[in-house]
Ligand binder design. Structure first.
Ligand SMILES: [Mg+2]
Length: 156
């Protein structure tokens, strides 16, 4: 498979783990502790999955732009968490609001000029994988977060 023109990620259960919940089911506000850990107001730990930082670094090194597509009910919480994790600026396109992922992808395609069939998409929910896959995007269903093994399985 050739390298993609754009790589798109879901957030909940794909890039991050919010203590076993979707981010919109946690307790806002969030804060960064002195040790760098991020917690919600109940002390629940909010973190990227272990392999995610190095995967994002690798994609950056390859010069491939990245985007986010999330249907969360609390876009401002998700955006705040991206900022606390210091990764928000790494994504050239951000579609974060309740809707269908087909809408998210239509907008990302228009904004980026990248064809849908040149994109990769990682998500943990099969219904999103099916919907976006029908648009021509190469979709990979992840379970319990994006891992090095899943990412490497697509790399040429
Ligand atoms: Mg998800």
């Amino acid at each position: 498979m050739a390298l993609p023109g754009l790589i798109v990620f879901d957030l909940d259960f794909t890039l991050w783990d919010c203590g076993g919940l979707w981010v919109d089911c946690t307790s806002y506000p969030f804060q960064k502790r002195e040790d760098g850990g991020i917690v919600d107001s109940d002390g629940r730990i909010l973190r990227l999955y272990e392999d995610v930082p190095e995967i994002l670094d690798e994609i950056d090194h390859l010069g491939i732009p990245m985007a986010l597509a999330s249907r969360t009910e609390q876009p401002a919480w998700a955006q705040n968490l991206l900022e606390l994790m210091e990764i928000r600026e790494r994504f050239a396109y951000e579609e974060i609001y309740p809707s269908s992922k087909t809408k998210h992808f239509s907008r990302i395609a228009t904004a980026s000029g990248v064809e849908l069939h040149e994109m990769w998409f990682f998500d943990d929910e099969n219904r999103n994988i099916v919907e976006v896959g029908d648009m021509g995007v190469t979709c990979v269903e992840v379970r319990n977060g994006l891992t090095r093994a899943i990412f490497d399985s697509l790399m040429p």
